[in-house]
Ligand binder design. Structure first.
Ligand SMILES: [Zn+2]
Length: 434
């Protein structure tokens, strides 16, 4: 089986004197100026993108780096910054290559879509992708930019605005788990603090593709997830290859999260009314936004962890979600709309967090169409009535917690989110049913 890599990141807070914070900032500015320069070189010399990584590196150095053998480079880096350490230059080149490749493929896709529309005689309004306007990347430190790494300290090479200097830092302790290999760290700004993020990799067997698993493994188990966010944050059900539900878990806390967020958003709205028009570019209520963001990020982390743990505990090798449709804001107050938008964002974040955590456990994540997953009975496929407790068992109230199957021979009844989770898993099974 083809090997692949599990990936994770350890995050350590850097302890530093206030003045040093500026050196992190100047280093980041310089790095971004260099990345941007190489991106521009690539725009001017797109042929470089067709070369191998190694040849592209050589070509870019020839175009930008002045040496005795290469006295007049076409787009000298020295015009941007006088003294850039070789290893910072390398890291910037790789970042620029990545950005340029991604931009190029976006542009190619846009051209194909445009040509398709033209061939069909249909109007085409999508704007072409534009190159990044602002560069604000975290600095990647290749070996040579850091040294003397211990569990709780590291020495980093930083730019103070005029020269480069080595500075030793204390780090919050974090163990590297056994068998994991360390990659190049990044210095990442979070609010006013700076963190060292170190990517770790670990060789593992590549999990089998979804189709192979469903078609060829009669013992396959999948964990299907309904991300509701309103009542329960998530409901997960384990299904076997026949679509029989074996276990279900409810991850509660949706209501609490919603209320806490609404309180913060309400206060922000009140403050805005009080202070009147906001100055352009000034982030009002910064601390409150920070709180909301932190609340959501923390929720995504916790929920995704629990989903993956549940899948692992029941031997599931597939994790199934619904596709996330487009965000359609509803009418309502500022805090209501804001809350819906955050809930939408949170669903996406739980999905991406769960996907990488699952991959590290050899579990493949996939998505199915969300069509009617809440409207139909998972047992027989008939339409369901969806209702609130203490309300008549009839009609369809979106978001209500209970359901009853309208098929007189079935009459299945129970939790609506669990029914949706079962439908999501069954939809994946039916995709490959023969
Ligand atoms: Zn039914």
């Amino acid at each position: 089986m083809a090997p692949t890599q599990a990936m994770r990141t350890i995050r350590q807070q850097i302890t530093h004197r206030p003045v040093v914070s500026e050196w992190f900032t100047t280093t980041q500015h310089l790095y971004n100026a260099v990345v941007r320069h190489f991106f521009e070189v690539l725009q001017a010399h797109p042929g470089v993108l067709d070369l191998s990584e190694k040849d592209a590196l050589k070509a870019l150095e020839r175009l930008t780096h002045q040496t005795k053998a290469n006295p007049n480079p076409v787009m000298p880096l020295s015009e941007i910054a006088p003294q850039v350490p070789a290893m910072l230059r390398r890291a910037a080149i790789h970042a620029a290559l990545g950005s340029a490749r991604s931009f190029q493929s976006h542009l190619a896709r846009w051209r194909v879509a445009k040509a398709k529309a033209a061939a069909r005689g249909k109007p085409f309004h999508l704007r072409p992708p534009v190159p990044p306007r602002r560069w604000n990347r975290s600095v990647t430190l290749y070996q040579g930019m850091w040294k003397c790494k211990t569990k709780t300290s590291i020495v980093l090479k930083l730019y103070d605005g005029t020269s480069w200097r080595w500075v030793r830092f204390e780090l919050s302790a974090q163990d590297i788990p056994e068998g994991w290999e360390r990659g190049s760290p990044q210095i990442v700004r979070k609010g006013k603090r700076w963190w060292l993020h170190t990517p770790l990799t670990h060789a593992m067997e590549r999990p089998k593709k979804v189709e192979t698993q469903v078609r060829l493994n009669p013992e396959v188990r999948l964990c299907s997830v309904d991300l509701n966010i309103t009542h329960a944050l998530a409901v997960a059900t384990i299904l076997d290859a026949n679509g029989t539900a074996l276990a279900t878990t409810f991850i509660h806390g949706g209501k609490v999260l919603h209320d806490r967020r609404r309180r913060q958003l309400g206060r922000i709205a009140r403050n805005r009314r009080k202070t009147g028009i906001i100055e352009a570019g000034v982030q009002d209520n910064q601390a409150r936004w920070e709180k909301i963001r932190h609340l959501d990020e923390d929720t995504a982390h916790r929920v995704s962890r629990r989903l993956v743990d549940f899948a692992v505990a029941h031997g599931a090798s597939l994790l199934v979600f619904e596709q996330l449709g487009h965000f359609r804001p509803q009418q309502g107050s500022y805090s209501k709309r804001g809350n819906e938008k955050r809930a939408y964002w949170l669903r996406g974040k739980i999905f991406t967090d769960a996907r990488y955590k699952a991959w590290n456990q050899g579990i493949v994540t996939c998505r199915v169409s969300p069509r009617d997953t809440s409207r139909r009975c998972a047992q027989c496929g008939a339409l369901v009535a969806r209702y609130d407790e203490a309300h008549p068992v009839a009609g369809y109230t979106p978001g209500a917690p209970l359901f009853l199957c309208t098929n007189p021979d079935c009459r299945k009844q129970g939790n609506a989110d669990r029914n949706a989770a079962e439908n999501i898993g069954k939809r994946l099974l039916s995709r490959y049913a023969t």
